[in-house]
Design a protein around this ligand. Sequence first.
Ligand code: TZP
Ligand code: MG
Length: 211
Amino acid sequence: MNKIPLGIYGITDSKSGKNKNILQYTEDLLQGGVKIIQYREKKKSMKEKYQEALLLKKLVDRYNGIFIINDHVDLAILVDAHGVHIGQDDLPISFIRSLLGENKIIGLSTHSIEEGKKAISDGADYIGIGPIFSTETKEDVISPIGMEYLKYAIENFKIPFVAIGGIKEKNIESLLDLGVERIALVSELVGDKNTYEKTLKIKNIIEKKIP
Ligand code: TZP
Ligand code: MG
């Protein structure tokens, strides 16, 4: 299923949002114009993740947004999320597809042209490409992948891809100028003292380039 919106891809993060309420900052993202939210919480118990994900799904539904669960296919099924986002070490896409069916979204993180091509042939609905710049948000982070893969994806890939990693207000235009249409920003938005204002500002920067 391919309905990955253009523009900002929002992701929850307990590190950047440590002094904030997850429902409040997610609503700020949605009010600021984000149409897709990924629930990505690495350190919480499954019980807590279930409770939060249920509430967030309801919230995102109110904004007609898309709600994606990181890592947990079971949780995605239980809260009727729109899909899951997985990594290279997770179960193969074909297994996850057999659990979720054709109508759910499966996104996969990729770091090289080879991983991108494989994700597409395996049936990913969209891919993440990154980290583009250095980031402290991801704990097991690898160094920035460089621009070659991103440029290759812009020229060749027919499925949606989301650039991620170290993307800030100050470097977003360089990506838009290359032709990137979907951009994940985590600490820049969740970590800002006014997530709503910051999101709106970045949404306006993007919309000048991709109306
Ligand atoms: N995957 C690759 S980089 C990253 C993830 C989840 C973190 C991006 O966070 P930030 O704060 O936008 O650099
Ligand atoms: Mg993962």
